[in-house]
Design a protein around this ligand. Structure first.
Ligand code: DX5
Ligand code: ZN
Length: 219
């Protein structure tokens, strides 16, 4: 498992004045996916990236765009993010009234879908949507900002979700997001994570450091 962990650098920690260049740099440095954190100043306090920016970044990488929507309501913007070039669209279950319907809508538009669990949200929240999901995102910090410390209690949730996923027999990506560094990456891999998001641990130093920063997370 640990050999194959996917690394999805979060461009939240990139230089926003040079986003295209930064996406090309992490692509060249070996990123498996590009994690794009969308925040609306309502579901979370911070405000970041909209569909126009996703569209502008699309020509800069062929890697899957792993788009993490921290917005509420969410349904009216799904189409815009998918048309802009999102490959995987992940939403929070409490971002709208009908998660099952929102996941169906994402799939119907041809993208893969994910659900993100905040630190206080139990794994069981996903019991009845497991058959729909392509990705489960475990938030190991409270959503809203990069550079926070990993919340250890989430390791038990990763283990629980690994067991739930294995039971489905489907290859659902189990991704961890927040406070991932070389030490917590190892703990996440051991707990059964198959993908790791990292912002501050990847976008450290100059472009020349990104490859080593990514390699350090693979273990
Ligand atoms: C937080 C975001 C994360 C964040 C990760 O709301 O979802 O993707 O950017 O940043 P680090 O790796 O710095 O914790
Ligand atoms: Zn994220």
């Amino acid at each position: 498992m640990s050999q194959n962990v996917l690394i999805s650098p979060s461009i939240l920690s990139a230089d926003f004045a040079k986003l295209g260049e930064e996406v090309r740099a992490i692509d060249a440095a070996g990123a498996d996916m590009i994690h794009i954190d969308v925040m609306d100043g309502h579901y979370v306090p911070n405000l970041t990236i909209g569909p126009m920016v996703v569209k502008a970044l699309r020509p800069h990488s062929d890697k899957p765009f792993d788009v993490h929507l921290m917005i509420s309501p969410v349904d009216h913007l799904l189409e815009a993010f998918i048309e802009a070039g999102s490959d995987i669209v992940t939403l929070h279950p409490d971002a709208g009234p009908h998660m099952h319907r929102s996941l169906q809508a994402i799939k119907a538009m041809g993208a893969r879908c994910g659900a993100a669990l905040n630190p206080a949200t139990p794994a069981s929240e996903l019991d009845y949507v497991m058959d729909q999901l392509d990705l489960i995102l475990v938030m190991s910090v409270n959503p809203g900002y990069g550079g926070q410390s990993f919340i250890d209690s989430q390791l038990r949730k990763i283990e629980a979700l690994r067991a739930m996923i294995d039971q489905t027999g489907r290859d659902i990506i189990l991704e961890v997001d927040g406070g991932v560094n070389s030490e917590t990456a190892r703990q996440c891999r051991d707990a059964g994570a198959s993908a790791l998001v990292a912002g501050s641990a990847v976008f450290r130093g100059h472009h020349g450091s990104y490859a080593a920063n990514i390699t350090a997370l693979r273990g």
